[in-house]
Design a binder for this molecule. Sequence first.
Ligand code: NAD
Ligand code: UGA
Length: 427
Amino acid sequence: MNICIIGAGYVGLTTAAVLAELGHEVHCIDHDERKIRLLNNGEVPFYEPGLEELIVKNYNYLTFSGRWDYIKRAAVVVICVGTPPRPDGGTDLSYIEAVLDRLAATIESYKTIVTKSTVPPGTNEWMRAELIRKGVKPQLFRIVSNPEFLREGSAVYDMFHPNKIVVGLEPDDDQSLTVVQAMYAGINAPYVTTSLAGAELIKYASNAFLATKISFINEMARICDAFSVDVNDVARGIGLDPRIGPHFLQAGLGYGGSCFPKDIKSLEYVARSRQVEPYLLQAVQTVNDTQLDVCFQKLNEQLAPLTDKKIAVLGIAFKPNTDDTRFSPAEALIRRLSENGCTVAAYDPKATLSEPLAHVTQVQSVHEAIQGADVLVIATDWDEFRTLDWPQVKAAMNGTLVFDGRNCLDRHAVEQSGLRYMGVGCP
Ligand code: NAD
Ligand code: UGA
C-alpha cells in the first residue's frame, strides 16, 4: 500500500518505519524542516532504541519531506501530529486542524484517513464534518480512529507486538476495517472494533487506568511509610493476584511524560463538559501532583537544611530508555532542588536539561556527578544506575545517603557498602 504519515514524532516515525518494514511504501510529512533534514541524512531527531536502524534499513521504501502533494498518491493517510494540553486542561487540536486544512486542499481521490493522535471523544466525528465543510466530498474519504498504545523507550517493539489493535469506525463503514487489517498484515494481535468515540475513549481509559495504578501505589507508599512497611512487599503481594497484576505498581516520584499528565487532564475536562464529575481522575492527579512534595519533604528531613548541600541526581528523562524530558518528574525535582539553593550535578545517559537552572550542572558521567556529593538521588530508573559499584560510589561521595526516587535499586547491595538507603515507602 502507499501510505502517508503526517507528523514525524515518536508515534509517526515509529509507525512509518514499522509499516515500511511490513512492506508498504511510506512517505512521512512533517512541517519541521530541521527534522526532515536530519531524517534525510539518516538521523533520528530523538533517542528511541532500534528506530534509527529500522529507518535506515527501510530507506528504499521510506521517504521524508514537507510536501503535501504526496498525499495525492496515498491510499491511506495516518495522522500522528501532537495534541498538547491547553492551559484549561482541554486538548489543543490546532495541529489536527492545520492537517485538515492541508488535506482538504489536496484530496482528489479516495483516502482512508487514520487518526493515531490521541484525541478527545467526538474529535474524529468533528474531523469528518470539518473536511466536508472545507469542501471534500463525503464519498472521497472515510475516517478511522486507530489509537496508539506504544511506550517511549520500547516503541518499535510495542508496535510490532501490540496487545491489541483498536479500530473505531463510522457507523456505516464496511470497508475501512479491511484497509486497516491490510496495513497491519504481518502483525499478530486481536482486533477490537468499535465506534469512533469508542476507540477514542479506549485510549483515554487505558492511560487513565495505568496512571491510577501508579497513584494508587504512591498513596500506599505514604501509608507504608507511616506504618514502617515496605511498599515493594505490598506491590508484590497484591501484584501476584491476577485480577490486579504486577505492572505499574512501582512507587516513585510520580508519573510524567508527554501523555499521562495531559491525557488524564483532558479526560477530566471532557467528562466535566458532559456534566460528569470525575472524582477518581481528580484524586489520581492530586496524588501525582503532590508526590514530588512528599519525596522532597523526606529529603529535607534527612538533610535539613538542604540549602548549600551538594546533590548528585541520576536521571533527567521522564523514564528510562528515552531522551524525552516533557513533564519529567526528574527534571521537576532538579528544579526544586535548585530553587532551594542546592548545588546539583545531574547526569542522564541520553537526556539533556530542557533549560539552564541556577546551581545546576549537567555532567557527562555518574562518576563526575557523585564526586563530593552529600546525597545521591536516583530520579530515573535507567539500568545503568541499578548496577553501580556501591563501594566506589561511597568512596567518591562526601555524605552517605542514597535516595532511590524510583525504588529500583538493590537496597541490600547499597547498604552493604556502608551507604544509607532511603526509598519511596521503604522504612
Ligand atoms: P511529537 O511531538 O513527538 O511529534 C509530533 C510531530 O508532528 C512533530 O514532529 C511536529 O512537527 C509534527 N506536526 C505537528 N503539526 C503538524 C502539521 N500540521 N503538519 C505536519 N507535521 C506536523 O508527538 P508524539 O509523541 O509522536 O505524539 C503524537 C500523538 O500521539 C499525540 O496525540 C500523543 O498523545 C499520541 N501518542 C503518543 C505516544 C508517545 O509515547 N509519545 C504514545 C501513544 C500516543
Ligand atoms: C504511556 C503508556 O504506557 C502507553 O501505553 C501510551 O501509549 C503512552 O503513555 C501514550 O499515550 O503516550 P509512556 O508515557 O511512554 O507510555 O511511559 P510509561 O512507561 O507508561 O511511563 C509513564 C510514567 O509513569 C513515567 O514517568 C514512569 O516513570 C511512570 N511509572 C511507570 C511509574 O512511576 N511507576 C510505574 O510502575 C510505571
